[in-house]
Design a protein around this ligand. Structure first.
Ligand SMILES: C[S@@+](CC[C@H](N)C(=O)[O-])C[C@H]1O[C@@H](n2cnc3c(N)ncnc32)[C@H](O)[C@@H]1O
Length: 285
């Protein structure tokens, strides 16, 4: 890159990081988006605007109002000190309500994980890509003893909060602010959550879904898609996302199970137990 190009890119990234809504987003991710936007237009001001718009689409749009991490940690600490599991779950639920993706899962938390994981051996390691506030659902997950949980999203303040939460519930592992388009966790795990992530990631890189499904080194992957848009419209989303998922797994010899929940279409890919040819089982819930 020329010196002028580098300087424009730095100016763009600094301008975006100076905005209140985007100051906690990983610099690497902003830089990758900014590089794409600068390549499409030479006007710096327009490229700043386009980068902010894209950040809103793939991250900001899901967060309801402001994140109150300090007060949220206070509520969780209180529940942990009291040793009260119900109080902890109530606090987790109320906080998950601030992220659109976890909010729409709240009414089905009790059946979601037992249904999806029922017939699997104990899960001892998990990665959660583009996690949002999903690690707050750990208390509902039937995980094995000594499980380790690794979560990734683009927000540093969210990762800090999730690390504090995981400390409170004594969950080994970490949350990290990472662009999973540039860094896909390479290590082997039992289970990977790729929940409602692919449509979001493919807005930035149309090969992201295929790359992630190929690269994630997990015996089992839960890959899901929203059934409604953020605005609540259905617009044939199940049909479209189902078709997209089938395109992604077209030439794979993985075993696949389909689950349709009221607000989420989920596919479980079993890589390790895969048969000679893809097998499709369906469950409507
Ligand atoms: C639709 S939400 C899904 C959240 C969570 N997986 C769930 O289902 O509850 C998409 C999430 O992806 C995150 N995200 C977007 N682009 C990302 C990237 N390149 N790397 C990591 N996370 C990303 C957003 O910040 C947002 O929290």
């Amino acid at each position: 890159m020329s010196d002028r190009g580098r300087s424009q890119l730095d100016q763009l990234v600094d301008a975006v990081l100076a905005s209140r809504n985007y100051k906690h987003i990983s610099r690497d991710f902003i830089e990758a988006l900014a590089t794409q936007e600068l390549a499409k237009r030479s006007n710096l001001k327009e490229a700043i605007k386009a980068t902010r718009n894209k950040l809103h689409q793939v991250g900001g749009a899901y967060i309801e109002g402001e994140a109150h991490y300090t007060s949220w940690i206070g509520q969780l600490q209180q529940a942990a000190v009291n040793g009260d599991d119900d109080q902890l779950k109530r606090a987790c639920k109320s906080i998950m309500g601030y992220h659109a993706s976890t909010r729409e899962r709240l009414p089905m938390l009790e059946q979601f994980y037992p249904t999806l994981l029922a017939d699997l051996p104990p899960i001892r390691s998990v990665i959660d890509v583009a996690c949002g506030l999903h690690p707050l659902a750990i208390p509902w997950m039937p995980l094995g003893q000594d499980v380790q949980y690794y979560a990734y999203d683009i927000y540093q303040d969210m990762a800090d909060f999730l690390n504090e939460f995981m400390g409170l519930i004594h969950m080994p592992g970490y949350a990290q602010a990472r662009d999973v388009l540039q860094y896909c966790p390479p290590f082997k795990v039992d289970l990977a959550f790729v929940l409602k992530a692919i449509p979001c990631l493919e807005q930035v890189d149309k090969n992201a879904g295929l790359r992630l499904l190929d690269t994630i080194n997990a015996d089992h992957l839960l890959v899901s898609f929203p059934v409604h848009s953020l605005g609540g419209r259905k617009k044939g989303m199940v049909v479209n996302y189902e078709a997209r998922f089938h395109e992604l797994v077209r030439h794979k010899d993985w075993s696949i199970k389909r689950f349709e929940f009221p607000t989420e279409l989920v596919f479980r890919i079993d890589k390790r137990d895969s048969q000679q040819s893809p097998v499709m089982h369906e469950t409507m819930l």
